[in-house]
Design a protein. Structure first.
Length: 94
């Protein structure tokens, strides 16, 4: 790990006041932040997050809601050409 990835994961390690599942999800997002670029943004499918965190998709949605409510994550769905959404861009506020 280097650059932004390292900074994001170190910042995620310091987060307190969220459930263990939300923290696990936040750390997983932080570990996917590209090492180069501005800010802590990552684009990923919620289904991939569910697999990586060993959670159901509904649990991932609940934990994302918790992280958004606490101000640690902003979400922007990424729309495909056919109008559907598979992925979201998650911006971590750490």
């Amino acid at each position: 790990m280097d650059g932004n990835t390292l900074k994001a994961t170190q910042a995620a390690l310091r987060v307190r006041g969220v459930s263990p599942g939300a923290w696990r999800l936040l750390f997983t997002l932080a570990s996917r932040v590209p090492s180069r670029g501005a800010g802590f943004a990552v684009t990923v499918a919620q289904a991939d997050l569910a697999t990586n965190c060993e959670m159901s998709r509904s649990t991932v949605k609940r934990k994302l809601d918790e992280l958004k409510l606490r101000g640690f994550v902003r979400m922007a769905p990424q729309t495909r050409d056919d109008g559907g959404t598979d992925t979201c861009e998650f911006t971590l506020i750490l």
